[in-house]
Design a protein around this ligand. Structure first.
Ligand code: SF4
Ligand code: SF4
Length: 298
């Protein structure tokens, strides 16, 4: 039982209460066009390239048996479809400009990593957060980690799109103290177009969470041209008002920094070039849509 972990963020303070350690698991069934962590989309390890660290020595090109790499004027080009992840190129790169993102870890290693920060959890009322990617796409591993953490009395948070079966969600609820769960687009066809999957299962899982006694924070990314239409935000607010209890909401401002990550991964990034984070005033206006419906906004 293992997973590819692409980051372990220690001393995190925005992923649940107190000081937390957040584990980022690679692999996500969604494909949001504005994803903030596109390095978490694929479940496998991936080559990652920093042009500004590259000496253009060509050593990586010479050792690649598959002809994946070419040295061009501005640096290395990667034909990812041919890569077998053999690691020869990263082994010879003198600067680390070319390296793999993601370490394969089993449950014992993950537990060991998470327990390193136990004193901080105890001191601050914090704990661990499982994120991704989509952690619920690895339910067996997630169940194992959560069971081990709860067995030690550690507070657990899962950050999830809720794109999983209701059976998986129900089975994990007793092990999770708090869910951080996204709603992005209320219209299912538009959700499929811009996030890669329809949203009926996600909305059904919100109903299940609302019926549970677990703490839930609904996170809504506000992305220009994708989720920011008043009709979409109104629709999300109406949906939240239809649940058996009113869940608190947090609006997440657009962050264009993922553009470079998309470029490195050779993926198209669809938010427009000039799109910027919203001003504080604009974000307040978006928050008011939810407040006017009687929803608590963080
Ligand atoms: S990991 Fe192996 S196949 Fe992929 S680019 Fe490097 S040397 Fe080539
Ligand atoms: S081995 Fe490293 S430094 Fe040399 S060309 Fe390849 S990526 Fe650049």
């Amino acid at each position: 039982m293992n997973a590819t972990i692409f980051d372990i963020k220690r001393f995190a303070v925005h992923d649940g209460p107190g000081i937390r350690t957040t584990l980022f698991i690679k692999g996500c069934p969604l494909n949001c066009k504005w994803c903030h962590n596109p390095e978490g989309l694929e479940a496998q390890r991936q080559l990652w390239y920093f042009q500004n660290q590259c000496l253009k020595c060509g050593d990586c090109v010479s050792v690649c048996p598959e002809g994946v790499l070419t040295l061009e004027e501005d640096g290395i080009r990667i034909n990812r479809e041919l890569c077998t992840s053999c690691g020869r190129c990263t082994g010879v790169c003198p600067t680390g400009a070319l390296h793999f993102i993601g370490d394969i870890m089993d449950a014992d290693t993950i537990e060991e990593e998470l327990l390193k920060d136990l004193p901080f959890y105890e001191e601050s009322g914090g704990g661990i957060t499982l994120s991704g990617g989509e952690p619920l796409s690895r339910p067996e591993l997630v169940r194992e980690i959560l069971t081990r953490m709860k067995g030690k009395g550690i507070h657990t948070v899962v950050e999830t799109s809720l794109f999983t079966s209701s059976e998986v969600l129900r089975s994990l609820i007793p092990l999770v103290d708090m869910f951080l769960s996204d709603i992005k687009i209320i219209d299912s066809a538009a959700h499929k177009e811009h996030a890669g999957v329809p949203n009926e299962q996600i909305l059904e899982n919100f109903r299940i969470l609302a019926d549970s006694e677990r703490e839930v924070l609904v996170r809504i990314p506000v992305i220009p041209g994708f989720t920011d239409a008043p009709g979409n935000l109104e629709g999300i607010a109406d949906f939240l008002c239809s649940l058996s209890r009113k869940l608190p909401v947090e609006l997440m401002n657009f962050n264009p920094l993922a553009r470079d990550k998309f470029r490195i991964l050779g993926r198209p990034y669809e938010p427009a070039d000039g799109d910027k984070p919203y001003s504080d005033e604009a974000m307040e206006a978006f928050r008011d849509i939810f407040r006017k419906k009687g929803l608590a906004v963080k």
